[in-house]
Design a binder for this molecule. Structure first.
Ligand code: WT7
Length: 626
């Protein structure tokens, strides 16, 4: 193999579910449906499927049609019938370290039933949407599972989003119920989630009730008739007792999750009970080799797909013990995460390159204070990991014993798509090869495969069970965005290259999606937030390389007459975006510009701004207006 290669140890091969990667890949290649049927057989179905894959209405693929199932039942109930009943399902620690809470599978079931009973009592029925907007606390997991249990469709909105983003997602989903908490803690600072909900709920006529979990205990206004404290509801008789699980069709929606696209408003990605369950279960099991002794820590927030698939659903499906931490990596000190790994004996640790880069900067002394010998496997997700960060993670955290699973996937794919398993030789910075049953290709503009080592558009060739089924309420946009450019192939929106060993190297987004610290943001949303400021006539947002964040947001603003381009105004505009869209979207810089580069038809040429800002050649300017 070419380049720098890290071969798996005999030990990690011996422990792996997949001893022979090639053989399993070959079996999936020969019989895709057979491969997935075998995996699905490991889970519980009220009724088995008639068909594994129905591709009669491409690209609207269906999986396990005719089957009856519920993902929540597989996450919780099935374990109660086994020795796992008294096993820890969840260990949670607060940001300040003053409290930790643990839940066995038995008590997880009680929590989920209680929440489900309450949601039902609020008049929520199968198919209704529920928006969940809270910090990283156990109740967010209970709320998601409770919705799934009764067949409601959850729409989790990341707690780092603010009023405009939340409002748009609540009204687009036409949610009946909001589940939130009074506030959350971020680096010791209070974020007033409930107040943000209140502001967002102006002009959201579909919302009938708001359930508020008490987390921070600060004073919050409660609107009589609409807002209810969760602990008050728990004291009511309706909260008690078991809640029956709704028997769902495999293709019934499980959740929608909004994600940013190239243009326009965020897209509501729709996932279903059956296929999503099989996909997340299988990938987690094979890629992280999850078994009963594991304590699995995924640092992602439940508000993103990583949190859905690999903090909540996947680990519970495999019956693992989840560790969930409310806070971030470096508060109050840069050893916070390492301390937690030591204290709770975390064995598999899955995080993002941006966090690794940030922690690297504080030096090795911080992790070296701690015994990290419980770790067995590491993982990375969200953006390309630079080899320097990979090697640091491998050497300083993994002590050169723990392979790193660099998993490439998307909100849309629901599960890992290009990823190693512990038996695959690793190259720092490459996600290696497609998962079993998948084939990827790198194409040029016309749809021809490019030569090895050349950059092109990354596409996926085969359907997979956890694939999104559509964009909620917008099937045309689903076809247009993902299946139109190369008919029959799924367009990822990423550029990549493949090396001579068949390893894939992701380069980045080819569209107007910006990945800030692994968070996916759209230029359109940032620009819409800016335009609501009275000084802004027009604006353009772009992503530029950033040492720690991967990419950072830079905005160019054309002011309305009468406004002066001052430092203060620039700062005010940064705050404005943070307040409206969310602190994660706060621009690195807001610069003023007399004229935005545009095509003759009036489209902003962000690529020209990007090139100018980096002092790079501006490329083809033939479509630029005079
Ligand atoms: C985009 C999807 C699903 C994981 C969380 C992000 C980038 C994701 C990797 C990786 C290089 C990666 C891609 C992709 N990305 N993982 N391991 N290596 N790039 O999900 O928010 O939907 O973003 O994240 O650009 O298209 P998402």
């Amino acid at each position: 193999m070419e380049g720098e290669v890290y071969y798996p140890s005999q030990d990690s091969i011996a422990k792996s579910y997949v001893q022979d990667w090639e053989a399993l890949a070959e079996s999936a290649r020969k019989d895709l449906q057979g491969f997935w049927a075998e995996r699905a057989d490991e889970l519980f179905w009220f009724k088995k499927w008639d068909k594994v894959l129905d591709d009669s209405q491409k690209p609207f693929f269906k999986w396990f049609t005719g089957a009856k199932v519920n993902i929540a039942y597989n996450c919780v109930d099935v374990h109660l019938q086994t020795y796992r009943k008294n096993k820890l399902a969840l260990i949670w620690e607060s940001e300040d370290g003053k409290s930790d809470r643990t839940f066995s599978y038995y008590s997880l079931n009680r929590e989920v039933c209680r929440m489900a009973n309450i949601i039902k009592a609020m008049g929520v029925e199968k198919g209704d949407r529920v928006t969940i907007y809270m910090g990283r606390i156990p109740e967010i997991m209970f709320a998601m599972l409770a919705c799934a249990k009764i067949g409601a469709i959850h729409s989790v909105v990341f707690g780092g989003f603010s009023v405009d983003a939340l409002h748009e997602r609540i009204s687009d989903s036409e949610s009946k119920l909001i589940i939130t908490c009074d506030g959350s803690l971020q680096n010791g600072k209070l974020v007033e989630l409930k107040r943000i909900v209140d502001e967002s709920l102006r002009h959201c006529p579909t919302v009938e009730n708001v359930i508020v979990v008490k987390r921070t205990g600060h004073e919050v206004p409660m609107e009589a008739g609409r807002d209810h404290w969760f602990h008050d509801l728990c004291a009511l008789p309706i909260a008690n007792g078991k809640c029956t699980t709704e028997v769902m069709d495999a293709e019934d929606p499980l959740f929608i999750l909004y994600t940013s696209g190239s243009t326009g408003k965020p897209k509501a990605i729709l996932h279903t009970h059956g296929g999503y369950m099989v996909g997340t279960y299988t990938t987690l099991k094979y890629v992280f080799d999850i078994n009963d002794e594991d304590r699995f820590w995924c640092t992602a927030d439940p508000g993103w797909i990583t949190g859905h698939s690999y903090l909540v659903y996947g680990p519970l499906l495999t019956g693992a013990t989840i560790f969930m931490f409310e806070g971030g990596p470096a508060f109050p000190y840069p050893n916070r995460w390492w301390q937690l790994i030591e204290r709770f004996g975390v064995s598999v640790f899955y995080t993002a390159p941006t966090a690794i880069r940030a922690l690297m900067r504080f030096g090795e002394a911080w992790p070296n204070k701690h015994d990290l010998s419980s770790l067995r496997l590491l993982g990375s997700v969200g953006e390309p990991i630079n080899p320097e960060a990979w090697k640091w993670f491998h050497r300083v955290i993994g002590k050169e014993r723990c392979p790193i699973m660099d998993t490439w996937w998307q909100t849309e794919t629901g599960m890992f798509m290009i990823t190693p398993t512990p038996v695959v030789p690793l190259k720092p910075g490459s996600g290696t090869r497609p998962f079993f049953g998948q084939e990827a290709e790198i194409l040029d503009e016309q749809g021809n495969p490019v030569a090895d080592d050349h950059e092109g558009y990354l596409v996926l060739k085969n359907p997979w069970p956890a694939m999104m089924r559509t964009l909620y309420k917008d099937p045309d946009r689903y076809v247009e965005t993902y299946w139109k450019k190369y008919p029959g192939k799924y367009m990822t929106g990423d550029s990549a290259r493949r090396d001579k060993d068949g390893y894939f190297w992701i380069i980045g987004r080819v569209d107007d999606v910006i990945k800030v610290s692994g968070h996916r943001l759209g230029t359109a949303e940032i620009e819409s937030a800016l335009i609501t400021h009275p000084a802004v006539a027009e604006s353009a947002a772009i992503g530029l390389p950033h040492e720690v964040k991967g990419q950072a947001i830079y905005c160019f603003v054309h002011l309305k007459p009468g406004f002066a381009p001052t430092e203060d105004l620039s700062e005010e505009l940064r705050q404005h975006v943070a307040r409206h869209l969310g602190p994660i979207a706060r621009p690195e810089e807001v610069n003023f510009i007399d004229k935005l580069p545009k095509t003759r038809s009036g489209k902003i040429m962000r690529r020209v701004l990007k090139a100018r800002a980096q002092g790079l050649p501006e490329g083809d300017l033939s479509t630029l207006e005079e």
